[in-house]
Design a protein around this ligand. Structure first.
Ligand SMILES: CC(C)(COP(=O)(O)OP(=O)(O)OC[C@H]1O[C@@H](n2cnc3c(N)ncnc32)[C@H](O)[C@@H]1OP(=O)(O)O)[C@@H](O)C(=O)NCCC(=O)NCCS
Length: 210
């Protein structure tokens, strides 16, 4: 757990301008079409307030988590990021969807490695258990893969990160928070520096009751 005086709370409509800036700082090489702007945050909070969280220290928002409920067939889970989240508006949210789909998890660069994302993941897990969902699914970006691309496939890289042989700035914390890699998603999004493929990551709710 974090040793910072951080509070996790639901995102509010008035957080939208600060979150728009946080997105820009957290994803400097991501194609801007994928970044959440003011109108996306407003739509997300309006459609599914319970799935949106921020981490706050004092009066500053230092991290955010956004999610929506969907029905997902894990056997056919190839998808594009924008399709899964209605291009950031969450208008495809299913009120009784069985899975929580993680649309975003980001911590301001200067607050990383201090447990902020872990605290936000913990809030997601509380939500999942409270409303009895199957678990959470996401497409995980893999920023460290570009340094190993010439030597191995993304699947091989993910396996090495999972075994602890390699460390990835994003996948390692996701695995530490209980996710497992269930496959590779091709052309998930567009990132000039990090590449377009992602890992399909899943956390199963151990308390789920069918
Ligand atoms: C991925 C990301 C959200 C992680 O956020 P974070 O707040 O740094 O995550 P945490 O601090 O919870 O965990 C990161 C590491 O810090 C360690 N840590 C946690 N608390 C710590 C503490 N008090 N002191 C030292 N280390 C700590 C964790 O154990 C973890 O180590 P690991 O990498 O070996 O697993 C962040 O790097 C980020 O915003 N990246 C850019 C956006 C992005 O790519 N998001 C994911 C999209 S799929």
């Amino acid at each position: 757990m974090t040793n910072l005086p951080v509070t996790i709370r639901q995102t509010r409509l008035e957080d939208a301008p600060e979150l728009e800036l946080l997105q820009q700082r957290c994803y400097p090489s991501l194609d801007p079409i994928h970044l959440f702007r003011h109108e996306h945050i407003v739509s997300q909070v309006t459609i599914f307030a319970a799935g949106q969280h921020v981490a706050v220290i004092g009066t500053q928002i230092v991290g955010m988590s956004s999610s929506l409920r969907l029905n997902i067939d894990l056997g056919h889970a190839q998808h594009a990021f924008d399709d899964m989240i209605a291009s950031g508006y969450f208008t495809n949210h299913i009120a009784h969807g069985e899975w929580l789909y993680g649309a975003d998890m980001s911590t301001l660069p200067e607050f990383r490695q201090r447990g902020i994302a872990s605290a936000l993941y913990a809030a997601r897990k509380v939500l999942i258990k409270t409303i009895n969902l199957r678990g959470m699914v996401g497409g995980g970006m893999v920023p460290g893969y570009r340094f190993h691309k010439a030597k191995m496939s993304l699947a091989e890289y993910a396996a090495k990160v999972a075994s602890g042989e390699l460390k990835d700035p994003t996948l390692t914390p996701q695995l530490r928070n209980g996710y497992t890699v269930r496959g590779i998603i091709h052309d998930y999004l567009h990132d000039a520096e990090l590449g377009n493929d992602a890992t399909l990551i899943v956390w199963d709710n151990p308390d789920y009751q069918a």
